[in-house]
Design a protein around this ligand. Sequence first.
Ligand code: DAT
Ligand code: MG
Length: 141
Amino acid sequence: MSIERSLVLVKPDGFARGLTGEVLRRIEAKGYRLVALAVRTASADLLAEHYAEHVGKPFYEGLVEFMASGPVTAVVIEGEQCIRGFRSLAGATNPTEAAPGSIRGDLGRDWGRPAQENVVHGSDSPESAAREIALWFPDLG
Ligand code: DAT
Ligand code: MG
């Protein structure tokens, strides 16, 4: 058995557009469990740690600015293989190319801004998930 946890963020675009409920609906319909949930506006320090792997990339500054631009819904989900499973629900990074049926494919689009606004974040590996959950939910055991 490999029960995993993953960090999901409904990003500022998704939050502002009122899509938190739709994202949570898809997570629950898939069968994953919600473990923790919080609405918060991320600080620059939190985002620098969260996106450390992208420092130096051409879209980094725009990405951090976008992610700090308003509240996000941070969620810890749980279930066997939920890390890959949620990435599959989310779809490809570029919302223009993300498959219809996926969160990004159905709900996201290109808005002509420096960083792609693609509605959701999901951890990409067990190591990332552990690191990101500790960052966003330090009190979670
Ligand atoms: P993902 O969120 O699918 O894990 P990532 O970790 O490679 O993608 O990038 C983090 C975010 O940065 C991504 O959700 C949207 C933005 N982004 C990635 N590549 C980009 C690019 N080439 N141009 C603009 N924004 C980009
Ligand atoms: Mg990523």
